[in-house]
Design a protein around this ligand. Structure first.
Ligand code: C5P
Length: 319
C-alpha cells in the first residue's frame, strides 16, 4: 500500500518565549497557523524492515540534506516513533517533494514528520490514543504536535500542548493572505534559542488578541497583535533578516514578522491580490510565495484519520 499526504508548513502569528526550562528547552506560547505551502510525503509499505527516504526539492534547495544521515531525517525519526507506538519493525520507503525552505522557521521538517506519521497511522492502522500520537510527535520535533493537530492552534509548553483556536461552533473564518520570504540562508533553531536572553515580554493580551483575530478572520487585528519573541535574537545573529521585513513593509505589507526562529519572514496582506502586489515589489532573485493560512484545517473536511489530523491523504492504492 502507498499513501500520499500533503503536509502544510506554518507561520507563527505570535510566539512568546516564556522562559528557559531545566531540560534546556524553552516554554513557549504561540498562535501557529498552517499555510498553503505543502510538502508531499509519499509512504510506501515494504515487506522487510528497511527504511529509505528520498527528498527532491521543488523550488527549494535540498543540497543541505545530501549528507544528512538517514536516521537524522525528521521523517525517518517519525517512522521510528510510529514503529515504537505500533509495536512493529516493518519498514517503508518515503519520498518527499520539499516545497518549504530548509531552516526557515516554517516547519518543513516537522511537516515531513507529521506527514509520515499520518501516512503510517493509516497504513499500519494505529488504534491508540490521540495523546500517544502527540507525545510521539513531540519526541520528533516541537512543531510536530501542532501540525498533526491541524488548523490554527495555540501551542504551549515546549510545543507538546496544542489546542484548537477555533471552537466547535465557530464558522470557518476567512484565511489570512501573506507573502512568505526566505532570505536564502538557514537559521539554526538551537542556536537562536541558546542566544535568546529574557527581556520584556509581550503584552498580556497578545495571545488572546491573536486568537480573536483568527476566529474573526480580521487581518488588521492580527497585524496589531503579531509578535515574535525571537525576532531581536535573530536580528542580532543575522542582521540581514530585518532588511527583508523592511522590503515587505515598503512593498505595502500591513505588517512583517519573523516566522518561528527564522530565517523566513512574512508580510500580511489584505487579500490575495494585495499579497501578489507585495510579492511583485520584491527583488526577483529572492524566494517568495503567496500563501493563505489554513485556520480550520483541510483534513477535518476530508474526514480521514482522527478528526483533528488535518493533513490531506490523496492516494491509498494497493501496490
Ligand atoms: O524540537 P526541535 O528539534 O524542533 O528543537 C530544535 C532546538 O530548538 C532544540 O534542540 C532546542 O535547543 C530548541 N528549542 C527550545 N525550546 C523549544 C523548542 C526548541 O529551546 N520549545
Amino acid at each position: 500500500m502507498k499513501t500520499v499526504v500533503q503536509a502544510p508548513g506554518k507561520i507563527n502569528l505570535t510566539l512568546e518565549v516564556l522562559g528557559r526550562r531545566p531540560d534546556g528547552y524553552h516554554d513557549l506560547r504561540s498562535v501557529l497557523l498552517p499555510v498553503s505551502l505543502f510538502e508531499t510525503v509519499e509512504v510506501e509499505e515494504r515487506a522487510d524492515d528497511a527504511v529509505t527516504c528520498r527528498t527532491v526539492g521543488e523550488g527549494v534547495d535540498v543540497a543541505a540534506l545530501a549528507d544528512l544521515p538517514l536516521e537524522r531525517h525528521l521523517a525517518v525519526k517519525a517512522v521510528r516513533a510510529m514503529q515504537r507506538l505500533c509495536g512493529t519493525t516493518r519498514g517503508c520507503d518515503i519520498r518527499i517533494v520539499k516545497r518549504v525552505p530548509i531552516g526557515a522557521g516554517m516547519a518543513g521538517g516537522s511537516a515531513d514528520a507529521a506527514g509520515a506519521m499520518a501516512a503510517l497511522h493509516r497504513l499500519w492502522g494505529f488504534a491508540g490514543r490521540w495523546e500517544a500520537l502527540v507525545e510521539a510527535g513531540a519526541s520528533v520535533g516541537s512543531d510536530v504536535p501542532a501540525l498533526l493537530h491541524g488548523g490554527a492552534v495555540l501551542m504551549e509548553g515546549r510545543g507538546e500542548r496544542v489546542s484548537a483556536v477555533l471552537r466547535p461552533d465557530d464558522k470557518p473564518p476567512p484565511p489570512f493572505w501573506l507573502v512568505a520570504v526566505f532570505p536564502g540562508y538557514s537559521v539554526s533553531t538551537r542556536q537562536v534559542f541558546e542566544s535568546w536572553t529574557p527581556r520584556l515580554t509581550a503584552g498580556a493580551d497578545v495571545c488572546d488578541n491573536a486568537i480573536s483575530s483568527v476566529r474573526n478572520g480580521d487581518v488588521r487585528a492580527a497585524c496589531l497583535t503579531a509578535y515574535n519573541g525571537l525576532q531581536d535574537t535573530v536580528n542580532r545573529l543575522h542582521p540581514e533578516t530585518e532588511r527583508f521585513c523592511l522590503a515587505l513593509r515598503e512593498g505595502g505589507a500591513l505588517s512583517a514578522l519573523l516566522s518561528g526562529s527564522g530565517s523566513a519572514v512574512f508580510g500580511l496582506a489584505e487579500s490575495r491580490a494585495h499579497a501578489l502586489r507585495i510579492q511583485r515589489s520584491l527583488p526577483k532573485n529572492v524566494w517568495s510565495k503567496v500563501v493563505s493560512t489554513l485556520p480550520d484545517g483541510v483534513m477535518a473536511a476530508h474526514g480521514f484519520l482522527m478528526p483533528r489530523v488535518m493533513v490531506q491523504i490523496h492516494v491509498g492504492q494497493p501496490s
